[in-house]
Write a protein that binds this ligand. Structure first.
Ligand SMILES: Nc1ncnc2c1ncn2[C@@H]1O[C@H](COP(=O)(O)OP(=O)(O)OP(=O)(O)O)[C@@H](O)[C@H]1O
Length: 286
């Protein structure tokens, strides 16, 4: 495992934000952290790259406890695309070259030509989408073994989003590097990620490879008899069930994510209705 997070807890003041978060990421995979706004994705990533210290739990990266020397193997795109005041493109390149021993000028130049970065303009004055692309160019050109990307396709138009998705897939597949992405774009993620964790209110609801998750989740209609399996949540008019039985139809990635999130939102009424396998839909105004 290239990343192993075990039981991390984090509070801001007295407010618990991460509760016993655990998941692991294999070398060479694209791992997606999905969840609604405020679920704790960014906070988890900030703990992972060492910007925040959890109160308890452990974080291992490249098989060791996270420490400063390991950080040359990790390149990060933060959610706010943090830029230094008055720093121009060239200034960033000088800085990133010093930080990352395997920096690739050729890769950065391809990005720069393709997206027409104005290297003489302070990056803080780029549009939000251009800042995202500039940050993406930096992290990919770093050639780091682990990329941590917070919402990497935010503010991008659909065509460029697709392009970025392909770039990240190539980074992982062709170079055998690991990428961790936090995102709301579950359609994009299904195409690119191989494993994922669903985070809700600071808890991991479910983590697995996408292939295995699809194998063990089915969509069944409300009036279907479910003798064996765990009812997870309601998705439109169907129920997501975790089971190894051949019932209903296979669930896609979006349905799996929605099932867990919807189920947990309205969990009590759903639980109460499981005893007789009747899903009372009135509490589920989704
Ligand atoms: N510095 C901070 N001080 C206090 N509370 C914070 C701080 N940073 C985050 N939080 C709170 O922690 C919770 C989780 O926030 P976080 O940014 O990790 O969520 P997220 O899943 O990344 O959300 P989004 O998808 O909207 O970016 C939220 O309730 C947020 O208000």
């Amino acid at each position: 495992m290239i990343v192993e997070i075990k039981g991390i807890n984090k509070k801001f003041g007295t407010k618990p934000v991460l509760n016993d978060i655990s998941f692991s990421v294999k070398e060479g995979e694209i791992f997606a952290l999905v969840g609604p706004n405020g679920a704790g994705k960014t906070t988890t990533l900030r703990c992972l790259y060492g910007e925040l210290k959890p109160e308890s739990g452990s974080i291992n990266v490249f098989g060791k406890e996270l420490c400063t020397p390991l950080k040359t193997g990790i390149a990060v795109m933060t959610e706010d695309r943090l830029t230094f005041r008055r720093f121009k493109g060239e200034d960033y390149i000088k800085m990133w070259k010093m930080l990352y021993p395997n920096w690739q000028d050729k890769t950065f130049n391809s990005f720069s030509v393709h997206y027409r970065f104005n290297m003489d303009q302070p990056v803080e004055t780029y549009s939000m989408g251009m800042r995202t692309l500039f940050n993406l160019a930096l992290v990919v050109s770093s050639n780091a073994d682990l990329l941590i990307l917070d919402e990497p396709t935010q503010n991008l138009d659909p065509v460029i989003r697709e392009e970025v998705t392909n770039i990240l897939r190539d980074y992982s597949v062709q170079k055998g590097k690991t990428v961790i992405i936090s995102s709301h774009e579950i359609y994009d993620l299904e195409e690119v990620a191989s494993s994922f964790a669903i985070i809700f209110e600071g808890h991991v609801l479910y983590t697995d490879s996408i292939d295995r998750a699809k194998e063990i989740h089915r969509m069944v209609s409300r009036n279907e008899n479910i003798d064996d399996g765990e009812l997870i949540g309601l998705v439109n008019d169907e129920i997501l069930v975790k089971t190894d039985k051949n019932i209903g139809r296979y669930a896609n990635f979006k349905e799996i994510v929605l099932g867990y999130l919807q189920g947990k939102k309205a969990f009590k009424p759903f639980e109460n209705s499981t005893s007789d396998n009747q899903i009372n839909d009135s509490p589920f105004t989704l």
